[in-house]
Design a protein around this ligand. Structure first.
Ligand code: ZN
Ligand code: ZN
Length: 614
């Protein structure tokens, strides 16, 4: 092989974002046959290509360096860069230490910036500090690349103060990357105010800056702010990258609000963004989680290339919509295609079984997961199984499963079992479980409520009072319930008994009207809601002020007739609100979709898609 061809290959590598390990090894073999093994120039080129590749096995990279008598600094730097990306980043430090013993070794700014990258990977602040003294001694401390890498290292080592000091002390050694590192670092540390401050102060912003800001909002739970920033960015005519689009679509999916999601979808189309598998998958996920399962299915079917996560979002989407058989069919199709399901796939399929009460199928898939695919079940898988068994009345089987778990069970599993004890009238077992649960998780308000309901069922009123009293004695965590509804391009949030809304007066008038109409239609309120944990909302005496009822009343007022009312609720809908919503869907001839903490309910003509199984 001629030297010209080899040079062409390396030129190609330098232009490729990530040449594959296979391609590199092939070229390496050609170098050896052409007699260039150990050539100083080509060794450096080979390592540079490896550093660009996604897979950089450390032993292999080292063997390339060792094949040459006198490696160039370029080769050494690239080997350090390979280390930083490899599974053994700490080797970079040992390599550097051994290099320092050679008198001819003169590190440059790349050496240090790659070394700090490696230290960040294994949060080696001690090693980083040692290198920092070399940097100062050799006069590189003003170098912006090195400083950026060092700031990043401080952030990954959770030392935001040192990162900030380093940033503040030398304003002349800052570039766009420096500012972006600051934003990303503060975002990871959960310091959203600092993220905003840095973002506002930076002299210029690129797509990475916006991406870091939006991701920062998402990581810290500020979903609406993430969406707002996205809109601002689009208004400035900036083109979003894949990461941003996936992030904002996920925000819409989590909020369950379709209007924002639709807007982003049309932005993607109008900007002619490249439709990657990730973006398409996020769209499927968004539509499914916002209640548009048909749209999600159409998009999924149209996808030219699907990866496992595309299948996963579709299977999970079908499951939360109660389309259990379709979810299972899709899962079987995935197996036929020869794809290997992962833990998320099984969450979807087990969830589907649990929603539809398919006990045997659930057991079969749980076994398939652990025995054939060797996937260690996680809390979510146990959650589905415990739910499935408990609802079917197989409470003892559920307890057996939980007791066999290798990790300590999430108290939620016991909550499910406790609920099942109550529903199936297993008083004794319920009392034992309830006490166990309170021991495990004494600060959770709902546990006391659950136990007191068991006592109520066996008329042990003294115990009821005692258990309820315990919640006041302890500092119990209560999760406030809320419902969201989107109307006129705005998100409206309601909590139980809310009177803060601008239209509060009309809303309560509508609540009264609804109550009269549903009573006329034969609905009778269940004043002792026996199902489901109501958390905070239960404390509001009047069930009629539950957040979803306020949201429904508001929806009836402002959403045009014929249009579906869509509500997102953080907790499970209570039995009584569920009954009432069914009646509302009939007497007002309105389709109502409620996404609660657990699944979707499509109310139509007096029926719910969950068939009261949730
Ligand atoms: Zn309710
Ligand atoms: Zn339902």
């Amino acid at each position: 092989m001629s030297i010209a061809i080899l040079k062409t290959i390396f030129h190609y590598f330098s232009l490729t974002a990530n040449p594959s390990l296979h391609q590199i090894k092939q070229t390496h073999a050609r170098l050896i046959t052409a007699g260039y093994d150990g050539d100083t120039h080509f060794t450096g080129q080979l390592l540079a290509a490896l550093a660009q590749s996604q897979s950089t096995p450390f032993r292999y990279s080292l063997s390339i360096l060792n094949s040459t008598q006198n490696p160039s600094l370029f080769a050494i730097n690239n080997l350090i860069r390979c280390c930083a990306k490899s599974e053994s980043p700490h080797e970079a430090f040992s390599l550097y230490s051994s290099m320092c013993k050679k008198p001819q070794f003169r590190p440059n700014n790349y050496t240090f910036s790659f070394l700090f990258q490696a230290c960040s990977k294994f949060t080696g602040l001690t090693e980083g500090n040692q290198i920092q003294t070399h940097v100062i001694k050799l006069g590189f401390f003003d170098n912006v690349y090195i400083r950026n890498a060092l700031i990043h290292l401080y952030f990954t080592s959770h030392d935001t103060k040192c990162a900030k000091d380093l940033f503040d002390e030398c304003p002349s050694s800052r570039d766009l990357v420096t500012w972006n590192v600051m934003i990303a670092g503060y975002a990871k540390a959960g310091k959203i105010n600092d993220v905003e401050k840095v973002f506002d102060e930076m002299p210029e912003r690129d797509v990475i800056s916006w991406s870091s800001l939006i991701t920062g909002y998402m990581q810290n739970g500020y979903l609406e702010q993430a969406l707002d920033s996205f809109k601002r960015m689009i208004d400035l005519q900036l083109s979003p990258n894949e990461a941003i689009l996936v992030t904002v679509l996920s925000a819409c999916a989590q909020l369950g609000l379709i209007e924002n999601g639709r807007q982003i979808h049309s932005t993607i189309n109008s900007l002619n963004c490249q439709m990657t598998v990730h973006i398409q998958t996020s769209l499927v996920d968004m539509y499914a989680k916002c209640g548009y399962i048909n749209k999600a299915r159409d998009l999924f079917n149209e996808m030219p290339i699907k990866d496992l996560s595309s299948w996963n979002v579709m299977i999970c989407g079908l499951a939360i919509h109660g389309l259990a058989m379709e979810a299972i069919e899709l899962f079987e199709k995935l197996l036929i295609k020869g794809l290997n399901p992962d833990n998320v796939t099984f969450i979807g399929v087990l969830n589907a079984c649990s929603r539809a009460g398919l006990v045997n199928k659930g057991r079969h898939y749980f076994k398939l997961m652990t025995e054939k695919y060797k996937i260690t079940p996680e809390m979510e898988h146990y959650g589905c199984m415990v739910d499935l068994l408990s609802r079917a009345g197989l409470v003892l089987d559920a307890i057996e499963l939980v007791e066999k778990m290798s990790t300590p069970p999430d108290p939620v599993l016991w909550v499910t079992i406790l609920g099942a004890c109550r529903t199936h009238g297993l008083i004794q077992l319920g009392e034992e479980t309830g006490k166990k649960l309170i021991q495990l998780d004494p600060n959770h308000h709902g546990n006391y409520i659950q136990l007191s309901k068991i006592y109520a069922k066996s008329y042990k009123w003294e115990d009821v009072v005692k258990t309820r009293g315990m919640t006041n004695d302890r500092n119990c965590k209560k999760i406030p319930g809320w419902s969201l509804i989107e109307a006129h391009g705005k998100i409206h949030q309601f909590v139980a008994g809310d009177r803060k809304h601008d239209m509060s007066l009309e809303i309560y008038k509508m609540v009264d009207r609804v109550n009269i109409r549903v009573l006329e239609a034969g609905y009778s309120p269940d004043l002792l809601p026996i199902l489901h944990d109501l958390e905070e909302e239960e404390k509001v005496n009047a069930i009629k002020e539950h957040s979803e009822r306020l949201a429904i009343a508001f929806g009836l007022l402002v959403i045009e007739g014929g249009e579906c009312i869509r509500i997102v609720k953080n907790l499970r809908i209570c039995g009584d609100c569920h009954e009432m919503t069914k009646v509302v869907s009939k007497v007002f001839e309105r389709e109502i979709v409620v996404r609660d903490g657990s699944r979707f309910h499509h109310f139509k003509g007096g029926e719910c898609s969950c068939q009261d199984y949730w």
